[in-house]
Design a protein around this ligand. Structure first.
Ligand SMILES: [Zn+2]
Ligand SMILES: [Zn+2]
Length: 261
């Protein structure tokens, strides 16, 4: 079973390729299953307009498009409808209802922002010390404990902020991996992050120290392409190398996830 559950669309404002292009690339690359998990819309209490996700008004078009592709290509690939969702405590009652009403197949946990993106506190660039790391870890734990998510995407996102692995990173990795092990939560090895690391010539996330700790803790892993460009789905060497690397470390690598329905 070859599957990828981390796929974006242009609605998030930082991706390219049509929805159908992603499906065609996935078929070409030999995927059995493709899950779309674009950045979730939210119903904000303010007039905030997000710059890295769809507006709530765009969700219907997203759903309609993915479901029509699911039907059109049903003989060639299985398509799932999902979202990548933060754990914004104040908005979670609304989100839980939304997930149910919209009959999503799954959601993945993308822990990007402190409390809400209205605060513009991005964990990929604002973690600078113990206090800010604690904010990330608190949200990470609450999200994992909610039981809503199929897996935790790029759990080592904090390495985009902190350029050198140090004792704080070690501590954070242990907190996350211990909780993931306790809850049987799958951790995602993120290929978009891997590609950026290579372009930068600097290891950000996924970070090898994190994955060594995940292996020592006995965590489960999944490879997520986090495709923001349909052509990246065709880069099978990243998918294959990541799986081989994780298995070599001793992690259990899973192929599929549990769906909500
Ligand atoms: Zn994105
Ligand atoms: Zn993503």
């Amino acid at each position: 079973m070859k599957a990828n559950y981390h796929t974006h669309t242009t609605r998030c404002q930082h991706a390219k390729g049509s929805d159908e292009d992603y499906v065609l690339s996935a078929i070409k690359a030999g995927y059995d299953e493709l899950g779309f998990s674009d950045h979730a819309p939210w119903k904000y209490n303010s007039d905030f307009h997000p710059t890295m996700r769809m507006e709530l008004s765009q969700f219907d078009d997203y759903k309609r498009s993915i479901l029509s592709l699911k039907e059109k290509y049903k003989d060639q690939i299985s398509i799932k409808l999902g979202l990548e969702v933060e754990y914004y405590e104040q908005y979670m009652p609304w989100m839980k209802q939304f997930i149910k009403e919209q009959e999503l197949d799954y959601i993945i946990f993308g822990n990007h922002f402190y409390e809400t993106d209205e605060n513009r506190f991005y964990y990929g660039s604002h973690i600078i010390d113990n206090q800010t790391m604690e904010l990330y870890l608190n949200d990470a734990i609450k999200g994992m404990e909610s039981g809503l998510y199929a897996y935790f995407a790029h759990p080592d996102l904090f390495m985009r902020s902190l350029r050198q692995w140090d004792a704080l990173c070690d501590y954070a990795a242990h907190v996350i991996c211990d909780k993931a092990k306790e809850l049987d939560m799958i951790l995602e090895y993120n290929i978009a992050g891997k590609m950026v690391s290579e372009q930068l010539g600097r290891e950000q996330y996924p970070h090898h120290r994190f994955w060594e700790i995940a292996a020592d803790t006995g965590c489960k892993a999944i490879v997520g392409m986090d495709a923001h460009d349909n052509l990246n789905l065709e880069k099978n060497e990243y998918y294959d190398n990541a799986r081989a690397y994780l298995k070599k470390l001793g992690l259990e690598v899973v192929d599929t996830i549990q769906f909500l329905r």
